[in-house]
Design a protein around this ligand. Structure first.
Ligand SMILES: [Mg+2]
Length: 124
């Protein structure tokens, strides 16, 4: 079984860290990671295929992560989205969960916390 992830983040450095994190924790499972550097591209990819997991940045220049979640919800596109943000706030967590995200973690993510979340959400 190979897990397919879409990593949405405008920062190339962040995407590199996120990819490395997933490769470390999923090395036994196998993982394919696609990337989107902006929301428009991300929404296009989310239309095309169902990923096992989508990670989403909140702060991006073209559309925020909140807008991406709203667009997915409005278009009834089902993806398991975990929001990864450097700026952890309880209100933001509440908001993204209401918009349909399955998780919310600080970036760079703690590997143990990510594994727990992947199990909880049925990705693993
Ligand atoms: Mg960003």
């Amino acid at each position: 079984m190979t897990i397919t992830i879409l990593c949405i983040d405008d920062s190339k450095v962040s995407r590199t860290f996120i990819k490395k994190g997933f490769r470390d924790i999923l090395q036994d499972t196998g993982v394919t990671i696609e990337e989107a550097s902006n929301a428009r591209e991300a929404l296009h990819l989310c239309h095309l295929k169902a990923y096992d997991l989508v990670t989403l940045d909140l702060t991006m220049p073209d559309m925020s992560g909140y807008d991406v979640l709203s667009a997915l919800k409005q278009e009834a596109i089902k993806q398991k989205v975990i929001v990864l943000t450097a700026d952890i706030q309880p209100l933001a967590e509440k908001k993204v969960m209401e918009l349909g995200a399955v998780g919310y973690l600080e970036k760079p993510f703690d590997k143990e916390n990510m594994v727990t979340l992947l199990k909880k959400t049925g990705v693993l």
